[in-house]
Design a protein around this ligand. Sequence first.
Ligand code: ZN
Length: 165
Amino acid sequence: MTPQKSRPGQGTAYDNARSNDNPIDLILHRLDRVKRTAPDKWIACCPAHDDKRPSLSIREAEDHKVLLICRSGCGVAEIVGALNLEMADLFPGDRRSLKDHGTGPMRRPFDYRDCLTGIAHEATVARLIIEAVNRGEAMDAESLDRLALAEERISDALRAAGGVQ
Ligand SMILES: [Zn+2]
C-alpha cells in the first residue's frame, strides 16, 4: 500500500471525517520533514518538542495502526495532541469522539477510552519489537528502553484509573 502524501498542510479536510481508513496519511500530512526510510517507516520532526533534527519515528503496522516513537521521550498523547489529533486517530476505523469539540483545551476527567487506547498502543509497540526480534533483528538498548517505557505507561494508566501498582 502506498500512502499518498498530497497537499501538505491541508489537515482540516479530515477534521469532520467520520472514518479514518488510513491513519498513516492523516499523521504524515501534519508532520514536518517527513522522510520515508522503509516501506512502513518514516522519520519526521517531533511536534511535541523543539526538534532540530527529525527524531520522531513513525511506523505503520500491518493492521494500519500508526506507532509514534520520539527519541527524546515525548509521550504518544503529547505528540498526538501537538498535531491537534486524538489517540483514536492512530487507529483505523470510526473516529467518533466521546467529547464535544469546540470547548478548547480543557482538562478532562479520566477517560477510559483514551486510557485503553494508550494501552493498546503500548501493546502494539511491544508486538512490533517482538516481531522484529523474531525476524532476527537484534534487540538493541533502544528497544529494551522502549519496552520498559511501555510497562511504565501501562502502570501509570492503572494508577490513573485508581488501581494500585
Ligand atoms: Zn518529541
